[in-house]
Design a protein around this ligand. Structure first.
Ligand code: BES
Ligand code: MN
Ligand code: ZN
Length: 499
């Protein structure tokens, strides 16, 4: 029997506290496992289920009747295994009655992982041949691992690793498919680690260190220090970091998988957003260690693409600063000059994301002449009000680009909803070229329109991931804590990007 094993722990950098499961892809079930999963379709009979049911003299079907099991997609019933089966427990998993897709299988894997959290479950085995999808084994493993991830740096109790033996008719292709998905997981996990880490331990300098780790995968990492930022005239990026003794940084992580013009990912990297003098009140401030999730997503995407030896040229440009309160902080009413040449009146120091992004967008377009530029940012509370946290918002004048991104997101359960640009007249200032907040109008849109002033002729989209970056509980393939939202979307989009 051919048995191929990917030990994920070996792929992980030792400095990362990331948790992951272990997977083997085989042609047969592991009869030494303590837990067997069997799938059951709704309406139709699932052969594997029927065989086991006959073997157990209808123990399974009787238990399901008692549990009122309907085989709805994702529904599970855990049954103490009868003596003639080699397992301790059999978990029957409903498949519903609709054709399973890439999205639904990933989510199903996640939901299953969420239900198998019991420490007593150590070795799990299941056969995916009954699922009529060629990549079922790899996609389920992907969902399982994405959901099993934990950021455990500060908890006494550590999660115990489970091992999965997944049987399918083509175990070697499952193994190959999963290897590519496991690399994407590494990008997601990097983003999650960076987001979940506390603001005190994940400062702009710490983020620089994390970015430099990508050098080992052939990524070129350059860092602009405060002096250089000043020299290049990036007054907006500089201003936001002024309240912190560390100052601002611009980090560039460049993976050159081809010599085409690069795709630029521009990330908002506010390692803590106190609001500055326009200080945040209320409990939302405690979530603001996640205000660098855009930068984390850009870096995580570059890591995933580099590990997968992607044939695309991708550059992540990350504007980093801690938005703090101190004597040296930027004061409301101050005017700063951006590298683009436009001056900005900072009416509200809590609208800092657009300031760091204005200079980062300028830098990306001037220095890399990208074919397309996408920025990712936890930019506005207004976006959360408009579409909540089950969507990210996308803004662009380019319909085709919006469509590409939306399709790419849908395939990986990271959905986008388009909101309009416009209301530029709301950004007037009596003393500068622009004000950093709208006098009125929809906040997510005025923020996006502010960014648009810095993209020149470059094809561009803005993704507002406010509300998507931190999850209070697990759901589907999303684990609690930093979500890494949009790493899978961006990786999928870039890998399918036409040359
Ligand atoms: N980082 C916040 C946006 C945010 C809000 C992210 C909620 C995640 C969850 C951003 O810097 C901010 O403070 N935006 C202000 C802008 C306002 C002052 C115009 C906001 O949305 O309230
Ligand atoms: Mn803010
Ligand atoms: Zn912010």
């Amino acid at each position: 029997m051919k048995k191929s094993i990917i030990s994920l722990s070996l792929l992980l950098s030792v400095t990362q506290p990331t948790f992951a499961e272990e997977f083997s892809f085989t042609s047969q079930l592991n009869s030494n496992a303590d837990t067997l999963l069997v799938f059951k379709q709704q309406g139709k009979t699932s052969k594997h289920f029927d065989t086991l049911n006959t073997q157990s003299s209808s123990h399974l079907s009787n238990a399901l009747l008692a549990a009122e099991f309907k085989a709805k997609l994702g529904q599970t019933a855990t049954i103490l295994a009868p003596n003639n089966l080699p397992y301790k427990r059999v978990v029957v998993v409903g498949l519903g009655n609709e054709a399973l897709t890439k999205q639904s299988l990933t989510k199903l894997g996640g939901d299953l992982s969420g239900k198998l959290e019991l420490d007593a479950i150590k070795e799990i085995t299941f056969d995916t041949s009954v699922i009529g999808h060629p990549d079922a084994a790899a996609l389920l493993a992907h969902g399982i691992n994405l959901r099993a991830y934990r950021f455990e740096t500060y908890t006494k109790k550590k999660r115990k690793q489970k091992s999965f033996t997944i049987a399918s008719s083509s175990s070697s292709s499952a193994n190959d498919n999963y290897s590519a998905l496991a690399n994407i997981e590494q990008g997601v996990f990097l983003a999650r680690d960076l987001i979940s880490e506390t603001a005190t331990e994940m400062t702009p300098k710490d983020f620089v260190k994390a970015a430099k780790e990508l050098k080992q995968y052939g990524v070129k990492v350059t860092v602009l220090e405060p002096k250089k930022i000043k020299k290049l005239g990036m007054g907006a990026l500089e201003a936001v970091g002024r309240g912190s003794s560390q100052g601002s940084r611009l980090i560039v992580a460049h993976y050159e998988g081809s010599d085409d013009a690069p795709i630029a990912l521009v990330g908002k990297g506010i390692t803590f957003d106190s609001g500055g003098y326009s200080i945040k009140t209320g409990k939302s401030i405690a979530r603001m260690k996640s205000d660098m999730a855009g930068a984390a997503a850009a870096l995580g995407t570059v890591k995933a693409l580099a590990l997968n030896k992607s044939k695309h040229n991708v550059v992540a440009v990350m504007g980093m600063a801690a938005n703090m309160v101190s004597e040296t902080s930027v004061a409301p009413g101050d005017v700063v000059k951006t590298a683009e040449g436009l001056t900005v009146e900072i009416l509200n120091t809590d609208a800092e994301g657009r300031l760091v992004l204005s200079d980062a967008l300028w830098y990306a377009r001037e220095h890399y002449k990208p074919q397309v530029m996408v920025d990712i940012a936890t930019l506005t509370g207004s976006k959360v009000g408009a579409v909540g946290n089950r969507y990210a918002a996308v803004f662009s004048d380019d319909d085709a680009l919006v469509n590409e991104l939306t399709v790419a997101g849908k395939e990986v359960n990271e959905n986008l909803w388009r909101l309009p640009l416009g209301y530029k007249d709301m950004l007037k200032s009596p003393i500068a070229d622009l004000a950093n907040i709208g006098s009125s109008g929809p906040g997510a849109t005025t923020a996006a329109t502010f960014l648009q002033q810095f993209v020149g002729d470059t094809k561009w989209a803005h993704i507002d991931i406010a509300g998507n970056a931190l999850a209070s509980s697990g759901k589907g393939e999303v684990a609690p804590g930093g979500t890494g939202y949009s790493v899978r979307l961006l990786t999928n989009w870039i890998e399918n990007h036409k040359k």
